[in-house]
Design a protein. Structure first.
Ligand SMILES: Nc1nc2c(ncn2[C@@H]2O[C@H](COP(=O)(O)OP(=O)(O)O)[C@@H](O)[C@H]2O)c(=O)[nH]1
Ligand SMILES: [Mg+2]
Lengths: 521, 392
């Protein structure tokens, strides 16, 4: 696994503290580390160069040399600059003044245009529109069928007069689709086009002809988040060949760092409007520049998580929750159920989990957890008697059968939950033990057996400017390293976005959920 | 306030741990839009039977002797004749060179300088980075090249080009065995499974590969084990119909392992030379889907070992390609890589790291959407095309 930028910068700045103004060499070393981090995240080289030139200036300034923790300060700057570029002017879809609004999709082969067409249609339908999908990919075998199926799933109409597989003229289909939309009273038209290469002059000319035929309000360039250095060439080719007014980033549910987002934004100046992060039609979101910045830097999205927590809970409630968690073996299934309901107020569980700092492996676990899973858990717990909830040890075979029947689950699922509860409780005790709970008072020193490497995190990343956090982050550093039973439970990249946040000390370990042993069926 | 975040983090982790038990069985069943309804427990131990030992349900079998007119209306004969391998190399080579010009040009300008100063080395490094070779491999190649030019006192541009070319070829591990195992070894057909993330060109590769084999006078059967993506089986079937290869498919959303199993069974019965199994695209980060792939593999192997598992990597992929390859290797014992979309501007430099770190050879390259745009990978040709403009 890659070192995170914060690990790298911490190395650069070791021994630098209090030295006053950074020397030329210090700044160069900093720039080098940023360059490495960005290249590893697949940011295109020309963009890396320009980005660094911009950051270097700030990195050499007072705000860094004066900082208690220059490494953190540099990360903060890098993060800010990234967000600035990625976000730029964000905007909403443009609608036509009269007649149907036309959105045309364009991009390389395999970028995910057809799937995205379905997601966009579903999204627009939910906003009260009546979109129609237009099948202009007449090239790839059965792309037309695929769009038809996608349209059916999204519950929207599909205009597909030609069979495809090389038969039919996409420009004519595009042109006719507008009349069709008007007749059938569709207020939005989404034109799916064939994937094409930037250097394929004929195909680019075809795309331009489709554009001219439908006069779209928006042309969205669809790009795969896994794309590497070629992002710049391709984005330029599409900009020059058809032009586009917005960008959609796909396959964000993988673990690619997504430097392509920065590259495309940088060279074309067009806003990234949507993010596609899964194969299901509802895996679709507006683009969040701050999250993307953290992702490129290999950090989680703790900031959003904290914001959401602050919005949801007040101080008292939080204290109570913390106290419960610290109650060790007295923590019951009942408590768990209560707290689960509380957490759910913050939003869909999958999203919340996705904000934890961590590697893609863990993100995987997360992408498959949804609220239905929690509901199933809750259903099982609710079928237990209060006594059983308080003391799950008493749940024997016949009780399990009864609970299974009561909740409509299988006995194996009940078994699973009970076993897992004990495992989870053990884990919780280890975690809270190091956190000086309850009440979030800091007591990390008393934690036994933690394995913070290097012991350099005592004043864990306290930069001078922390708008959100009044004091040092509670000793998350006290989380024990590879939690027993969780082999190698380290989360690579336990850093946090520098924007006003003290970071998790390097070496901080959260359990890596992906390493949990799965129950074998 | 501090308590909140810690609490939330801990609770989220707990929640995750607790629900993992549900998630995994569910995703193993597939990833239809709707999760299957929970099965009510009726008896004493209502655990499901182990899925893998369950006899695969017979998928609906469609024999397609000729393509339906509406689906493919190729001008001329219904079954078109694939281009022989020998002839296509030259045509494709031009296409490869086309995609590589900027790297070639960049290096040319460097190599034509009188002095190899630091800037020159930086430019070489940048040219490689721009080809997605990645920092680690780039640094290694450049360091070796530097040392050698110093030792040899290289001056002329021709010598330098030769050295660079040598280093790149070495980095591409020419010693790796790139034989494609598509000839039946035992009693049944050779079984080839094609895997990879979404949209890299798996189905297209299956179709192209079927044509290569047919051109070689062999009989092929296709197995559409992508039961997930809309119209994926149709797509494969269209490819198969064009060369007269039968496609075995199952119901949409059905069990991919059953389809794969049935395909090999049908291939055995029909006495074909090779069975090509196309699988659904899956991100390597999805544990459930990777488990599913492992299961497809194990179920197919009830017929005997799989002869070739090809990982399809898209040449536009950046550094994530290495991670992809690593995970697929672990789950599906990949025996070869197919590098697609080399007809574009992307250079596919990630395969250097993939081969170096994982030892999996690139066996084939895809150079377009055309039916015959597939060629064997040859390190020297690849590098030649890479440095195309830099004529010594
Ligand atoms: N230019 C180009 N396009 C390709 C190549 N291989 C596949 N494609 C295209 O990439 C897209 C995705 O291919 P497909 O086989 O459906 O990918 P799968 O999802 O991995 O099965 C299709 O539009 C193909 O035509 C190639 O070598 N070059
Ligand atoms: Mg496919």
């Amino acid at each position: 696994m890659f070192d995170t930028l914060s690990d790298r910068l911490n190395k650069v700045f070791t021994g630098l503290r209090g030295k006053g103004r950074l020397s030329e060499a210090d700044i160069d070393a900093t720039a080098r580390e940023i360059r490495i981090a960005l290249l590893e995240a697949d940011v295109a080289l020309p963009v890396v160069r320009q980005f660094i030139a911009a950051v270097k200036e700030r990195a050499g300034g007072e705000e860094v040399s004066r900082a208690l923790n220059p490494a953190q300060q540099v990360i903060k700057i890098v993060n800010e600059e990234l967000v600035k570029i990625l976000g730029g002017e964000t905007r909403r879809l443009r609608y036509a003044k009269t007649g149907p609004t036309v959105i045309m999709l364009a991009g390389l082969q395999g970028a995910g245009k057809t799937t995205l067409a379905g997601k966009l249609a579903r999204h627009l339908k939910q906003l009260g529109h009546t979109p129609v999908l237009v099948a202009c990919d007449l090239q790839r075998p059965n792309a037309v069928n695929q769009l038809q199926v996608v349209g059916e799933r999204a519950g929207v109409a599909v205009y597909a007069p030609e069979p495809g597989n090389g038969v039919g003229d996409p420009v004519a289909v595009a042109k006719d689709s507008i009349g069709f939309a008007q007749r059938a009273q569709h207020d939005m038209v989404i034109v799916d086009t064939a994937g094409r290469l930037g250097i394929d002059a004929d195909m680019m000319a075809q795309a331009a002809a489709i554009r001219d035929a439908v006069q779209p309000q928006e042309i969205l360039f669809v790009v795969d988040a896994m794309v590497g250095q070629d992002a710049v060439n391709t984005a330029e080719a599409f900009r020059d060949g058809v032009g586009f007014s917005g960008v959609v980033l796909t396959k964000l549910d993988g673990d690619a760092r997504g430097g392509a987002a920065l590259s495309v934004r940088y060279v074309t100046g067009q806003p990234i409007m949507f993010a596609s992060n899964g194969e299901k039609l509802e895996d679709f979101d507006v683009f969040h520049p701050d999250r993307m910045a953290s992702r490129i830097l290999g950090m989680g999205d703790m900031l959003s998580l904290i914001e959401q927590a602050q919005r949801t809970f007040d101080e008292d409630e939080a204290e109570q929750m913390a106290a419960k968690l610290a109650s060790g073996t007295e923590f019951t299934l009942e408590d768990f159920l209560d707290q689960l309901q509380a957490i759910k107020r913050m939003g869909p569980i999958g999203n919340l989990l996705g904000m934890l700092p961590g590697a893609g492996q863990m993100k995987e676990m997360i992408s498959q957890v949804d609220d239905k899973d929690l509901d199933r858990t809750a259903a099982i717990i609710r079928s237990m008697t209060p006594a059983e909830r308080a003391d799950p040890k008493m749940i024997n075979g016949s009780r399990r059968l009864r609970i299974a029947n009561g909740s409509g689950m299988m006995v194996s699922e009940v078994n699973n939950l009970v076993d897992r509860f004990f495992e989870a409780r053990k884990m919780m005790m280890r975690m809270t033990g190091g956190m000086g709970m309850p009440g979030g008072r800091r007591n990390a020193r008393s934690a036994k057996g933690r394995k913070n490497k290097k012991g350099k995190n005592k004043q864990a990343g306290r930069g001078p400017t922390q708008p959100r956090m009044p004091a040092g982050f509670p000793g998350m550093g006290g989380l024990p390293g590879g939690l027993g039973g969780l082999p190698g439970g380290g989360l690579p990249g336990g850093g946090m976005p520098g924007a006003g946040m003290p970071e998790l000390p390097p070496g901080t370990k959260l359990p890596d959920l992906s390493k949990l042993k799965f129950p074998k069926q | 306030m501090l308590a909140i975040i810690v609490t939330v983090v801990v609770l989220l982790i707990l929640a995750a741990v607790l629900v993992v038990g549900f998630v995994v069985p569910r995703v193993r069943r597939g990833r239809g839009e709707l999760p299957p309804p929970p099965v009510r427990s009726t008896g004493v131990t209502a655990t499901k039977p182990p899925v893998e030992s369950a006899a695969p349900a017979a998928p609906e079998r469609l024999v397609q002797p000729a393509p339906p007119a509406a689906e493919t209306a190729p001008p001329g004969p219904l079954l078109d004749v694939p281009e022989p391998i020998a002839g296509r190399m030259q045509r494709l080579r031009a296409r490869l060179a086309r995609s590589q010009t900027s790297l070639g040009r960049g290096l040319l300008s460097v190599l034509s300088r009188d002095k190899l100063d630091d800037d020159a080395w930086d430019e070489i490094e940048e040219a490689l980075l721009t080809a997605d070779v990645g920092l680690k491999s780039t640094t290694e190649i450049v360091d070796r090249l530097r040392t050698r030019t110093q030792i040899l006192g290289t001056r002329s541009q021709g010598e330098l080009r030769a050295l660079l070319s040598e280093e790149l070829v070495t980095a591409l591990r020419p010693e790796l065995d790139r034989t494609l195992h598509t000839v039946p070894t035992g009693s049944g057909p050779a079984v080839v499974m094609v895997v990879g993330v979404n949209g890299t060109g798996k189905t297209t590769t299956c179709g192209k590969l079927a044509r290569v084999l047919v051109a070689d006078g062999r009989t092929v059967l296709l197995g559409a084990a992508d039961t997930f993506r809309a119209a994926a089986a149709d797509q494969l079937q269209t490819w198969g119909a064009r060369v007269g290869a039968e496609t075995i498919r199952g119901p949409e959303g059905g069990d991919p392992a059953s389809v794969a199993f049935e395909a090999v069974k049908a291939g055995k019965e029909a006495g074909v030379d090779a069975v090509l199994i196309d699988t659904a695209g899956r991100l390597h980060t999805k544990v459930g889907l990777m488990d599913e792939l492992g299961k497809v593999k194990r179920v197919v192997e009830k017929h005997g070992p799989i002869d070739e598992t090809l990982l399809v990597l898209d040449a536009t992929t950046g550094q994530n390609g290495l991670t992809q390859a690593r995970v697929f290797l672990e789950v599906a014992e990949v025996t070869g890589v197919v590098l697609t979309k080399l007809d574009g501007t992307a250079k596919g430099g990630i395969v250097i790291s993939v081969q170096a770190e994982l030892g999996v050879p690139v066996k084939l390259i895809g150079l377009g959407e055309g039916a015959d745009d597939l060629a064997p990978f040859d390190p020297e040709q690849f590098v030649d095309a890479l440095l195309g403009d830099v004529v010594g």
